[in-house]
Design a binder for this molecule. Structure first.
Ligand code: GAL
Length: 373
């Protein structure tokens, strides 16, 4: 019954997609030279595989359609991001799909877009403290963190007093808070009862009896263990932490790493420390390099966020807006100023046991992309 409903919904989605694809514009893809552009897409940086993945999935979704869409990258700079939005506004976009570099700083850019009558869709990361956001398409970020925390509990080597190393994303990214919150809610009871002992954050240690952390409390922890989403910063922090760690913080350890890019570098550091007997480390994004790490036993898990779905949702929404319709949403997120209507997608935990089923059989990757599968 449920399956049938899903099938029909998918069919309708595909039909809407193709009908509107023919109805809206004459050129497509990431081009945009000459003429007006209907949909502008702004992504944070080409330096992280996650966002190159998204660009590719947008291109795949647009191939063979007549959407006039342009994709620009902000290269980690909010100033560049604002410039990108202005460029797209000058090209006459009607819908802006934007994943902010910095959730607060992006408010100015989307306010400019709103002034021009453009519909703003926040993509993956919420834009905070402004009412100039119409929609939010996202994965279930609390579930991402919860899955990471649960994995550490389910796969720990010892039974009590296991050292736990915490790492987080960038404090400028609202998702970093959601991921951390999701993980903390699951891990905290196991920290409070002594199953885990925190190895690298005095702020987390101070708060170990508090399950529901305020934003400020989370900030104090994230301030200590942030990677800024930068794999090099993650590596440096991990080295510093291991250098400072006493013998009782080594042996079999558990590591909360917020995403794949940081996880691989942190794993390399822990893997090369002779006093680390074994480690379990989380990740997120199902980046190709991390799938290879999982196959090789160097990263324990990743949270697979099927970017094809997010792209389909974002473009589906954009098309409905262009068509004068109101996109369907499944809930809302408060961004500090307003409740933003949101469409949320589930995530899938992937480790070596189900990597083939979830990522190869679903045609997200090809078996030939990997060795030793
Ligand atoms: C988050 C995103 C993650 C990860 C991270 C680093 O906002 O949801 O998938 O890629 O940024 O860019």
């Amino acid at each position: 019954m449920k399956k049938q409903f899903k099938g029909i919904a998918l069919l309708i989605a595909v039909m809407v997609f193709s009908i509107v694809a023919t109805a809206c514009g004459s050129s497509n893809g990431s081009g945009g030279a000459g003429g007006s552009v209907s949909v502008g897409v702004v992504l944070p940086t080409k330096d992280e595989p996650r966002w190159v993945q998204d660009e590719q999935r947008f291109k795949d979704a647009l191939a063979g359609t007549n959407y006039k869409t342009e994709i620009l990258f902000s290269q980690g700079s909010s100033a560049k991001e604002k410039e990108n939005v202005e460029t797209l506004l000058n090209k006459g976009i009607k819908v802006l799909i934007i994943c902010p570099q910095d959730g607060d700083a992006a408010a100015a850019a989307v306010e400019a877009a709103k002034k021009d009558g453009v519909t703003v869709i926040a993509y993956d990361r919420l834009i905070t403290n402004t009412d100039a956001v119409d929609y939010y398409v996202t994965f279930d970020s609390l579930a991402v963190g919860a899955a990471q925390g649960q994995y550490l509990i389910d796969h720990m080597e010892g039974t009590s007093g296991q050292p736990l190393y915490l790492y987080a994303g960038a404090a400028t990214d609202n998702n970093a808070f959601l991921f951390f919150q999701g993980a903390w809610e699951v891990l905290q009871p196991k920290i409070a009862d002594g199953t885990f002992k925190i190895a690298n954050s005095s702020e987390a240690e101070k708060l170990k009896d508090t399950k529901d952390l305020s934003r400020d409390q989370m900030s104090s922890i994230i301030g200590q263990v942030t990677t800024n989403w930068d794999p090099n910063e993650a590596k440096n922090k991990a080295q510093t932490h291991l250098t400072a760690a006493a013998a009782d913080m080594k042996g079999n350890v558990s590591i909360l790493a917020p995403n794949d890019g940081t996880a691989r570098n942190i794993a390399d550091v822990f893997g090369s420390d002779s006093e680390i007997t074994s480690y379990v480390i989380t990740g997120q994004d199902a980046e190709q390099a991390s799938i290879q790490y999982i196959i090789d036993g160097k990263q324990s898990m990743t949270v697979f966020k099927d970017v094809r779905t997010l792209v389909k949702d974002a473009m589906g929404m954009a098309v409905e807006v262009l068509d004068g319709k109101s996109p369907e949403t499944t809930g809302s997120y408060n961004n500090g100023t307003a409740d933003i209507k949101a469409k949320q997608t589930d995530v899938i935990v992937v480790d070596k046991d189900n990597v083939k089923k979830e990522l190869i059989d679903s045609e997200y990757y090809k078996a030939s992309d990997f060795t030793g599968l």
